[in-house]
Structure formats: structure tokens, C-alpha cells
Design a protein around this ligand. Sequence first.
Ligand code: NAD
Length: 369
Amino acid sequence: MSTSYRICLLPGDGIGPEITAEAVTVLGAIGLKHDVAFEFSEALLGGAAIDATGSALPEATLEVAKAADAVLLAAIGGPKWDTTDPAKPRPEQGLLGIRKALGLYANLRPVKIFDALRDASSLKPEFLEGVDMLIVRELTGGLYFGDRARETGVEGAATGGGAGMRAYDTMTYSEYEIERIARIAFEAARTRGNRVHSVDKANVLESSRLWREVVHRLHEAEYSDVELVDQLVDNSAMQLIRTPAQFDVMVTENMFGDILSDEASMLTGSLGMLASASLGDGTALYEPSHGSAPDIAGQGVANPLAMLLSVEMMLRYSFAMHDAADELAAAIEGVLADGWRTRDIASADTLSEKILGTSAMGELVVARL
Ligand code: NAD
């Protein structure tokens, strides 16, 4: 074998281990075909890590992740670890912590309609014509990383009046953070439809006003060939459903991006079809956009395609294996075009014999490769 890549696997919780197994099988097939050796090292994150070590992000996991050429994360979390006690560890700390530790400031989420799945969308097919967008979400700043606290004994804060508790979260952005994420969006737009929607809440938030200023300054200085559209986040939430095909690249801050990308996922008909890449200056991390789906964990019915589409992004962005990525994308399209479905993307007309479990879907993709 001429080339080898080290991949850190973080199966996490719920359906995580089931879909990770399919990713490993598919990568094995791709490695054989392209004469590349993928070396896997598995580490703990999220609830599984809390159970084993008491921490959602053990130091050993960070070491394995940093030493790898790419990280493939399935999903974390579940009711077992849900708590509102701020002193207890929570699975999300693993996710936020690894993003921060690897400096992953850009989350890229493609939203593409697969022809075969038009019926799975909750929108009428005519609204889906031409939908092919990329959401670029800022991932290490904003509300999810700003100062937050609870204050006790605050006068007038109790439900019945008198002293009570108050909590706050803060949304902070620096010019540097805004410029580097805007740059990724403009660069991506140049390789696609050449249009960027910058989504903010500049009519209310100071951090959004700085966002808008910096995006425009960069646009004028370096990317005036790209069309730039400002949109307020509440309007974007509506436009995504009204005319989703207007979007090429959408760039936005952390929480807005979290919410809008879940909304956009429904255009595709299933969270089980949405991949993502998180990029920084070092090792990148790839993960499906969905969570750990505790309601179906262990049943062998989870859709592995978002995980496999995340593998496709890994092949492209971390290993520059564009041919292999194209083949994987085509294999997935082919399987869907032949009518095969997992339960979440099956429609009322899908024949029951066409509805597959997790590993049968993975095997069909491998067979196509
Ligand atoms: P979820 O994405 O786990 O599930 C939402 C719905 O979509 C469920 O009905 C689920 O069965 C279905 N679904 C999701 N992925 C699927 C797949 N691959 N195949 C078939 N069906 C799929 O979101 P949730 O229910 O809000 O959260 C469950 C847990 O996951 C929570 O603990 C949450 O904190 C965590 N979570 C983790 C991540 C992550 O790891 N990146 C993201 C979101 C939520």
C-alpha cells in the first residue's frame, strides 16, 4: 500500500456504534480499491465516556484525535445522561470540547435533494427544484461559548416576586472570528453557485452589526465577484421553506446555524441524510448532523447514509481523494435510485421488501462501490 491515513473513530452513544460499523466497512472497500490503508483508532466521547471515565471528553480521546489525520464522530447523548444539574457532566461537553480543542471553527453542512427522495420531503416537490446549498456555520464562538452564569438572590427574579435566580448567556464575536468564517463561505461559493447569504440579526444584536460590517469589508476587498445577500435570521427561517433554491452558500453564527441547518435538513426529508464537516487549521472532524436517536438505538434500523456522506466529505476535504468521494456519492445515489430505503426515508408507497436495516443498507453501498 502506498498511502495510509489514520482515522480516529468516535462512535459515541445511541445509534453511533451501529452507523460507525458501516463507515468502517465502506472505508475498507474504498481503501482496497484505491490502494490506500485506513488505520482506525477508536476512542470514547459523550455518554459512553462519562460512564467509563466520569468525563465526556477524556484526555486520552483528545490525544488520539489530535494524532489522527481525520476524526469521524457518529453521535453522542441520550436520556440516560440528561441533567439540568450544572455540576454533573453532560455528553454535549464532549462535542463542544473536542470542537474547541481541535480549533474547528467552521461547520459545513451540504443540503442536497436526492432525486429519489423528493417524496420524503415535507415540502411539495415543485418547491425542491434546484435545491443544492451549503450551510457554513461558525462553530467555536457566539452564544454557545460566551460567558454564562446563574445568579442567586436577585431582587424581583423569583416567580412570586422577591429574591430569586436569574441566568444569562452572552453572544460574543471578534472581527477575526467573523472574517475567517466569511472567507470559507466566499471560497466555497466560488466553487459552487457564486452566491453567499450572510444571515444575522443586525436590527437587534450588536454582535450581528459587527458581523455584517466585517463580512462586507471582506467582500469588497477580496470577493466582489461573489454575490452577497444580507438576510435577517427570522426571514431566513421563512425563506428556507418558501424558496429554498435561492440559497447557494449560507454563512451564519453558531446558534442561528444550529437551528437553520436542522430546519434545512427537513428539505431533504430526513436528518438521516445530512452530513457535515468541521474544519479548522489542523485535524478536521466529520459527523452526521443527526443526534444519537435513542428511540431507535440497538434496533439495527438507523439510516447510515448521513454517516457515509460524512465519509465522502472526509475523503474530499482531508484526503483529497476526489475520485473515491465521487464514487461513494454515486453509489449512495444509485442505491436510492433503485428504491432501497431505511425506515426513516421510506414513503407510504415503499414496498416493505425495499425497507432495509442499517447493515443491509451499508452492504448495498459497498456492493455498488
Ligand atoms: P436525533 O437526531 O437523535 O433524533 C431526532 C429524530 O430523528 C428521532 O426520531 C430519530 O430516531 C431520528 N433519526 C435521527 N438520526 C437518524 C438516523 N440516522 N436514522 C434514522 N432516524 C434517525 O435528535 P434528538 O432526539 O433531539 O436528540 C437525541 C440525543 O442526541 C440527545 O441526547 C441530543 O442531545 C443528542 N444530539 C447529539 C448530536 C450530536 O452528536 N452531534 C446532535 C443532536 C442531538
